[in-house]
Design a binder for this molecule. Sequence first.
Ligand SMILES: C[S@@+](CC[C@H](N)C(=O)[O-])C[C@H]1O[C@@H](n2cnc3c(N)ncnc32)[C@H](O)[C@@H]1O
Length: 257
Amino acid sequence: MHDLVVSFVVAADSYDRFMGRYSVPLAPQLADLAGVAAGRRAIDVGCGPGALTSVLVDRLGPDNVAAVDPSEPFVAAAKKRHPGVDVRLATAEEIPFGDGEFDAALAQLVVHFMSDPVAGLREMARVTRTDGFVAASVWDHAGGRGPLSVFWEAAREGDPDVMDESKLAGAREGHLTELFEAAGLRQVEETAHSVDVEHPSFEEWWEPFTLGVGPAGAHVADLDADEQAQLRERCRARQPEAPFVVTAMAWATRGRA
Ligand SMILES: C[S@@+](CC[C@H](N)C(=O)[O-])C[C@H]1O[C@@H](n2cnc3c(N)ncnc32)[C@H](O)[C@@H]1O
């Protein structure tokens, strides 16, 4: 899991171009699921540069929002982008806040990167008041409906043993529910969230994969120039004529602390 954390020690702008383009439109859906509305306090766990933090600030005001992430450049970016938000360098497994401090704890696209997902969700429950919501979403990597599915299909064609993200925690239907229940959450409900993102050209879609972000970026970085070119062309063959729309689906679950 260490490598996965390292692959998020990248510039916030690289993250925005690679994943932020999908996570920004996903964020209001998770905030709705967690019942985030004026007058409440919420924490964004694994905030990255702040796609979901931004929605929480809009709804609650910066004084009522906290955020944690183990990536230093992301914490620096989230602090700069969201003055007044209490952003700290920390993991989900050890959240540096007290018991019951929040009405909701949210983790968007993070559970699959936790070194111990049940411990992380249990910590999220600990910092949430009784009956408040813990909510999390993870792309449907196992079902081949995540935003990176075309990339991983093409990567598997080149190397059938490639470590794609399909086996990660929460990335298949029902698994987030199992993890939430194992963490002691109550009234657990799972749903699906979806985003449509238009890509003006194949290059605009491909280029962010070369920036080293996340497991996909780490995979590209491990290839030599010829292998990268072959992978890019296998991706090109799978994508429709530009402009094209990527529809991406995430499993989203909430439970009461
Ligand atoms: C795909 S990004 C999601 C960022 C943001 N939530 C979003 O929706 O754009 C995954 C994030 O999880 C963070 N992360 C990795 N391991 C973590 C852990 N154990 N606890 C909390 N966050 C973690 C990474 O640093 C990265 O910022």
